[in-house]
Design a protein around this ligand. Structure first.
Ligand SMILES: NC(=O)c1ccc[n+]([C@@H]2O[C@H](COP(=O)([O-])OP(=O)(O)OC[C@H]3O[C@@H](n4cnc5c(N)ncnc54)[C@H](OP(=O)(O)O)[C@@H]3O)[C@@H](O)[C@H]2O)c1
Length: 271
């Protein structure tokens, strides 16, 4: 990374930083206006290089931090290999990993093209697992570091028409909780963030009809990212932003699975 500014800032890598939640993570970390209370230099990752360069220019000029752009398709082995290389670079190690890139694709599993289902597993599960591995391997050397894995409340329930997406997020939540216990005491902190409906490009990309989703269910990226960074700085295991999402998650734990599945089916038909 060639530094534009003199800096002793910690370094954060944010995936999916070209839009939505990831772009907000990058901005909050760069600005120093987060629970970490300090500015971060950044490595921002996504496929769209021109959007990443816009984010870079904006953050560098607004906050005087150094931003490196890596254009990578994390659904591919080549994209994941680029991340492996970056984590291995000992000239400047990564202090914070925000494992945020992810996507959904709406439709009945047996009717949408299989590539969309496998693609979600490649990005939401396989890439996230690999990056978590690279981060732990590198952070073990310094004996400290922060990892935040972005999951979803969808991971707590069956989700007809988003079955693969919900299953991928159930994996992320469960995986994160298990690994968090394994690394406790090493100085590496791992938090899992489970947002509900958040206003980003996600729903349009996933082809989800948003008209029947009630207004109170929505949060903005600022609320979600503040909750995530607060939980990460305080070493919380699981963060569910918003009272309505907390109620939703507790309800899914309280009701029998047959009933939960039937309700989920009825909700999916209304969307
Ligand atoms: N929005 C919600 O309602 C919601 C709710 C719960 C959880 N989440 C989770 O929050 C995370 C962020 O989503 P978002 O809402 O911010 O959606 P978004 O606005 O669509 O942003 C997704 C980001 O991921 C990047 N990305 C997508 N495919 C990629 C690939 N193959 N390789 C590398 N980067 C890729 C996109 O950039 P490029 O297209 O440039 O690659 C973009 O920067 C996801 O994990 C999502 O599952 C979202």
């Amino acid at each position: 990374m060639t530094n534009k500014f003199e800096s002793s800032n910690p370094l954060a890598l944010v995936t999916g930083a070209s839009s939505g939640i990831g772009k907000e993570f990058a901005a909050k970390l760069a600005s120093g206006q987060s629970a970490f209370n300090q500015k971060h230099d950044l490595i921002i990752v996504a496929r769209d290089e021109s959007r990443l360069n816009e984010v870079k220019d904006n953050l560098e000029s607004s906050y005087g931090v150094n931003v490196e752009v890596i254009s990578a398709d994390l659904q591919t082995a080549k994209g994941v290999a680029l991340m492996k290389e970056r984590f291995k670079d000992r000239s400047r190690s990564i202090d914070v990993l925000i494992n945020n890139a992810g996507y959904g694709y709406s439709g009945n599993f047996g009717e949408v093209e299989l590539k969309h289902s496998i693609g979600q597993i490649d990005l939401n599960v396989k890439a996230l697992v690999s990056l978590t591995y690279f981060a732990i391997e590198s952070m073990r050397r310094s004996g400290e570091g922060y990892i935040l894995n972005v999951s979803s409340v969808a991971g707590f329930m069956p989700a007809p028409t988003s079955a693969i997406y919900a299953a991928s997020k159930a994996f992320v939540t469960n995986f994160s909780q298990g690994v968090r216990e394994e690394i406790s005491g090493t100085g590496i902190k791992l938090t899992c963030l489970c947002p509900g409906f958040t206003r980003t490009e996600f729903q349009d990309r996933a082809n989800v009809d948003q008209r029947n989703i009630p207004g109170f269910m929505w949060q903005n990226v600022g609320q979600v990212v503040d909750a995530g960074l607060n939980g990460l700085a305080k070493n919380h295991g699981l963060v569910t932003p918003g009272i309505h999402n907390k109620v939703l998650v507790s309800t899914t734990h309280a009701i029998p699975s047959d009933v939960l599945r039937t309700i989920a089916g009825l909700v999916a038909k209304r969307l």
